[in-house]
Design a protein around this ligand. Structure first.
Ligand SMILES: [Zn+2]
Length: 169
């Protein structure tokens, strides 16, 4: 059984929760629900760490009805990032694909993707350069430690069904 450590209300009140700016859009429901479930389940220490990073990344959860977009994201780079790439300011984006709203995709897959990406944020991954493979493994390990084993299996099944051996997330 899933273990929830905080209520929906408690999570929704925090600035980190994406629906504070997405609530008026259609076609984002499953992804928002999945993110909220993850935010309710992660251990206190990681929840605190994630909240500290509120302004250091942006959610990008485009509605399914949105077919194109030119977007400008405020720059979120930290000193750590600047040290690695001094000439290239970056915005860090957490993207959840509109494809995840499709009914044939199991809910556990949506939850797993949300948890995995949130893990990258908590672990302060750069997700660039040659550390990326290692970072995916670390994000998987952290997600597993949170108790998302069932969701991880659903996610693996999804890729296997597609005939894709290498998971991309
Ligand atoms: Zn990853």
């Amino acid at each position: 059984m899933e273990k929830y450590l905080r209520s929906n209300e408690e999570v929704s009140e925090e600035q980190i929760c994406p629906d504070t700016f997405l609530q008026n859009h259609r076609g984002v429901k499953r992804r928002i629900a999945a993110v909220k479930k993850v935010l309710r389940r992660i251990p206190e220490q990681d929840w605190t760490e994630l909240k500290k990073q509120t302004n250091l990344f942006h959610w990008f959860i485009p509605p399914t009805i949105q077919l194109g977009l030119v977007g400008r994201f405020p720059i979120t780079h930290t000193e750590e990032f600047v040290a690695k790439s001094p000439l290239v300011p970056r915005a860090q984006i957490l993207f959840l694909s509109p494809w995840l709203e499709r009914p044939e995709i199991e809910n556990d897959v949506v939850i797993y993707v949300a948890a995995h990406e949130i893990a990258h944020i908590i672990l302060k991954h750069t997700t660039i350069g040659d550390r990326i493979e290692k970072e995916h493994v670390e994000a998987n390990d952290l997600t597993k430690s949170w108790g998302f084993e069932k969701e991880m299996q659903a996610h693996k099944r999804y890729y296997r069904k597609l005939g894709i051996l290498k998971e991309t997330l």
